[in-house]
Ligand binder design. Structure first.
Ligand SMILES: NC(=O)c1ccc[n+]([C@@H]2O[C@H](COP(=O)([O-])OP(=O)(O)OC[C@H]3O[C@@H](n4cnc5c(N)ncnc54)[C@H](OP(=O)(O)O)[C@@H]3O)[C@@H](O)[C@H]2O)c1
Length: 217
């Protein structure tokens, strides 16, 4: 199957958390790491996030730099929960937004309101863990997306990992500890034996401001 190359970008605490239990995550890493994150956006054809991140953070997912291109924004949102008032929907006419939802939810009232704002809604089969990642990737490939930046959250990152479609990880680690009640960088993987744990290969490690930036293949 032809699919985009996928880079997972993570901004975590030392203990591997991406947000507090209430969903607050602004900001985990420092300004320099966040600026690098925006450069990553400009270097990819599309960025994707899960529905929880879209609802809790109300992000724009733009590069915010005049000379950097803004990639397509993609949301995995089974029930089309994205609000028509959200930053993503309100800017969909300027920077494309694709919303993957469960087949059948793409013609509901909320979906029609989003479509009127310029959001492209695509129905997908829903599996036990959520929307079918492989079908989504092949749909994005057909839309011309060759490189995809996966920005989380943890549940969506886990689904991509289970599907075996993450090619690279850019991991920014901040000198903070959010504790066991924080939200995990990677959701449940259902691993049962240590033999089944994949070992990554570290490509580089460097300081960026107060944070550490590691790249894994
Ligand atoms: N520090 C960082 O780098 C960073 C980055 C991103 C997010 N965050 C934080 O992460 C938190 C949200 O993360 P999260 O793990 O709770 O949620 P998430 O991964 O953002 O969203 C999960 C939701 O996406 C939908 N979904 C659709 N298909 C899916 C699939 N195949 N696999 C997984 N999910 C799928 C599901 O909702 P439906 O059933 O409604 O479709 C699921 O509940 C927020 O607090 C945000 O601030 C931090």
């Amino acid at each position: 199957m032809s699919r985009p190359q996928v880079t997972l970008k993570l901004a975590t605490s030392l203990d591997g958390k991406i947000a507090l239990s209430n969903g607050q995550s602004e900001w985990v890493t420092g300004e320099k790491a966040r600026a690098q994150g925006r450069l990553f956006r400009g270097a990819h054809d599309a960025i994707c996030i899960g529905a929880n991140t879209a609802v809790l953070d109300n992000p724009q997912l733009t590069t915010r730099e005049g000379d950097l291109p803004n990639p397509m924004r993609v949301i995995f949102d089974s029930h089309a929960r994205l609000s028509p008032d959200s930053n993503l929907a309100q800017t969909a006419k300027d920077v494309p937004v694709v919303l993957f939802c469960e087949t059948g939810q793409d013609t509901g009232k909320d979906a029609l309101a989003l479509t009127a704002l310029g959001v492209q809604i695509i129905g997908l089969p829903k599996l036990e863990t959520g929307l079918d990642i492989i079908a989504a990737l092949s749909g994005l490939w057909r839309l011309g997306v060759e490189t995809l930046l996966l920005e989380g959250g943890g549940q969506l990152a886990a689904s991509f990992m289970k599907a075996g479609v993450i090619d690279r990880i850019e991991w920014f680690r901040a000198p903070i500890i959010l504790g066991g009640d924080g939200r995990d960088a990677i959701g449940s993987l259902g691993l049962k034996t240590m033999q089944s744990v994949g070992r990554l290969s570290r490509v580089s490690i460097q300081e960026i401001g107060d944070d550490i930036w590691e790249t894994y293949a």
